[in-house]
Write a protein that binds this ligand. Structure first.
Ligand code: HEC
Length: 696
């Protein structure tokens, strides 16, 4: 990093020059080498050896004669076969390199690779005839890009986004980030273009995902602009004091469709008109050069600026062109005549940026004099002026709804309402803030600084949403990083799924327990009734037994008295009989009394046995009663406890179900993240398959 003091406060350009010098200068040398290849010296021998048999004056297959320069350049039956400067549009090169059918020479192997390469470089260098020829490269866009009318509103159909087939491989990877020199947002799509070293990076401004890398081997881009309909992206830049170019790509395909400018120094600013018929560029030449997109011809040069042209923009209605220079000159021109429309006087420092309001009635300009000014287009009067950035304002952009965003040497980015009222100041960068813009819908602000940091904020609350890289890692390294993350997340996901399944089955179990408890509660009245019945029966039984026992005991008592009386009587009769000895009658009576006494004794014994039996029965009855009472009290306690149990089980079931639901939600959410990461991995994998080798 160069010390900041190296750049005096009011001089911005050494910064850009230093940047441009920092990028290596391989390409200019390439072009020089290529320009030395000529038809006479290098190409004719190849054609003679391989093609002449079928493409000569006598036998001109396909209507093509390759034996002399004029006939070759005239072409064959399908027209020109050589497009100077553009091998990929030259049929001869396409057929010889087998990029297109029919392959030439037919039905045989490709001619040696060096010969194919010689032909390519010859065409690239302008298809010179001999060492004395001058290259005449025709700069036609690959497609007609001029529009028949200007659509000021949103274009029909989905806004152009880059094809998923775009390369994600950075062309250059520097060890440290470089200052952000160019930044633009699509007017209609969530798409931001970031200038890097020899490349332009396309980012999705919502997901912040890298969508494509557009090679810019011309050097460092110093300006990026989307066409008003969002279909084209323009980059201007180059190499300091060497070369400057403007390149136009199709946003959708990433295809380079147009290159203009033959500057001998950087292109510092450029724009394409709303109807896409003109491209204007400016730089250290102090000249505004305007090219036609029809044929790449220089339409006009405007020589009014007395210093480097540092900012320019076509009005959205395509009528006017505003340009600013390094020493505070600010002009508005009629886009189609180049006539001066207004000279806008007021700034006292370099004009760093200009931006038109959507209705083309107001122009905003930013200057190193620290101010942002608004100008009306009726009389060219200044309608607003405010000090925006201490030390110098370096960038200003209008949103479609008339707000403005700017940044500058005070290292901050600011959003303004259309009267210059400050709406928000975003967190300061560690260094000078160089470029800033709103995204297509005005919901986000993107800005970058001298250290190469690029931040994306929420416009509404200033919250930092993420960063973009002007210097992304190669696909392989990014793939390794996301793959690692994917693996870690997959492991975590598996664990999560296991625990989610566990909480699911816990919830199931809790629900079953709750159902069982509810069933018990439902059944308790029946249980209580049954217990009550049993108790009543037991009480009844014991009452009967007790009564029977009392009767039996009474009988025992009565029989005891009787048996005793009979026994006494029998013994008295027996005594009398003993005493009488001979008295038969007495003896008979005695025997009879004995019999009666014995019978009474037997009845007593029977009564006693019955008492004993009944006592056992009474004991059993008492046991049953006790049991029945126990059952009743158990049933009663069930009745009082069961609802509480049900309540507890219900709470447990609810908690378990909630946990299961939460676990599932987490698992689902992570699964979605995983899907996103998997898609990223897939994309990077396929990007790796088609990745171009980085250019030297
Ligand atoms: C064996 C004969 C043969 C040889 C050798 C041969 N060509 Fe051809 N070439 C043809 C024929 C036949 C056609 C017409 C093919 C067609 O139209 O389908 C043709 C067509 C072409 C065309 C297209 C012309 C047009 O206007 O459509 C080009 C370009 C061409 N050849 C270049 C070459 C070059 C360069 C070589 C040497 C590297 C070569 N050919 C060698 C037979 C040959």
């Amino acid at each position: 990093m160069q010390p900041k003091s190296y750049f005096p406060m009011r001089v911005f350009w050494p910064l850009i020059v230093a940047l441009a010098l920092a990028s290596s200068a391989g390409h200019a040398a390439d072009a020089k080498k290529a320009s030395k290849i000529t038809f006479d010296e290098h190409v004719l021998p190849i054609l003679r050896e391989n093609c002449l048999g079928c493409h000569n004056q006598d036998k001109s297959r396909g209507g093509l004669v390759v034996s002399n320069y004029t006939t070759l350049m005239t072409g064959g039956s399908s027209g020109e076969v050589i497009k100077p400067g553009d091998p990929d549009s030259s049929r001869l090169y396409l057929l010889v390199s087998h990029k297109q059918q029919p392959n030439m020479p037919p039905k045989s192997a490709m001619i040696p690779a060096e010969s194919v390469e010689t032909i390519r470089k010859w065409i690239l260098g302008g298809a010179l005839e001999n060492a004395g020829s001058k290259a005449k490269i025709i700069n036609k866009p690959k497609y007609e890009i001029a529009l028949s009318s200007i659509n000021k509103g949103k274009p029909e159909g989905p806004p152009p986004m880059p094809s998923p087939k775009l390369s994600l491989e950075p062309l250059v990877r520097t060890t440290r980030a470089n200052a952000l020199t160019a930044l633009a947002s699509s007017p209609w799509a969530p798409l931001v273009a970031v200038g890097g070293q020899k490349q332009v990076l396309l980012y999705h401004s919502d997901t912040l995902e890298l969508l494509g890398v557009l090679p810019f081997p011309e050097g460092v881009p110093h300006v990026l602009k989307f066409s008003r309909n969002g279909g084209l992206l323009l980059a201007g830049g180059g190499r300091s004091a060497k070369s400057g170019k403007v390149v136009v790509w199709s946003v959708a395909t990433g295809e380079r469709i147009f290159t203009v400018g033959d500057e001998t120094d950087l292109v510092l600013t450029a724009d394409i008109s709303a109807d896409q018929t003109q491209i204007a560029l400016g730089g250290p030449s102090k000249m505004i050069r305007i090219y036609s997109t029809k044929d790449g011809q220089l339409l006009r040069e405007i020589k009014k600026h007395t210093d480097w042209v540092t900012a320019l923009e076509y009005s959205p209605d395509g009528v006017l062109l505003a340009t600013g220079d390094r020493s505070s000159g600010l002009y508005v021109w009629e886009a189609f005549t180049g006539r001066e429309y207004f000279s806008l006087r007021g700034h006292t420092g370099m004009i760093t940026d200009v931006s038109w309001r959507t209705d083309s009635n107001v122009l905003a300009s930013a200057s190193e004099d620290t101010t942002i000014r608004l100008w009306e287009m009726e009389n060219g009067g200044q309608i607003k002026e405010w000090g925006a950035h201490g030390g110098g304002a370096l960038s200003v952009k209008f949103t479609r709804d008339g707000r403005l965003v700017s940044c500058g040497r005070d290292q901050v980015t600011k959003a303004w309402d259309q009267n210059g009222g400050q709406q928000r100041v975003f967190e300061a960068f560690p260094d000078i803030a160089l470029r800033s813009t709103f995204t297509h819908d005005g919901s986000r602000v993107v800005a970058g600084d001298w250290t190469g940091q690029i931040r994306v904020w929420n416009a509404a609350d200033g919250k930092l949403l993420g960063n973009l890289l002007a210097n992304p890692l190669p696909v392989t390294e990014r793939l390794a990083i996301v793959t690692k993350e994917l693996l870690a997340r997959e492991v975590a996901q598996n664990q999560l799924m296991v625990s989610a399944a566990a909480s699911q089955s816990a919830a199931q179990k809790a629900a079953e327990e709750l159902a069982a408890a509810q069933k018990t509660v439902a059944e308790t009245p029946l249980i209580v009734k049954m217990a009550g019945d049993t108790l009543a029966k037991a009480k009844n039984a014991i009452d009967k037994t007790t009564a029977a026992l009392a009767t039996a005991q009474a009988q025992v008592t009565a029989r005891e008295v009787l048996a005793k009386a009979f026994a006494e009587a029998a013994s008295k009769v027996k005594d009398a009989a003993d005493r009488a000895k001979t008295n038969q009658e007495l003896a008979n009576a005695a025997a009879k009394s004995r019999e009666i006494a014995d019978q009474a004794a037997a009845e007593l014994a029977a009564a006693q046995k019955s008492v004993a039996d009944l006592t056992i029965v009474a004991k059993v009855d008492a046991e049953q009663l006790a049991k029945a009472q126990q059952n009743v009290s158990a049933a009663n306690s069930t009745v009082s406890v069961a609802p509480k149990l049900v309540e507890a089980k219900a709470a447990a079931a609810r908690a378990a179900a909630a946990k299961a639901a939460a676990d599932k939600a987490t698992a689902d959410q992570r699964a979605a993240t995983l899907t996103t990461i998997r898609a990223q991995v897939d994309k990077l994998r396929s990007a790796q398959l088609v990745a171009r080798p980085p250019e030297k």
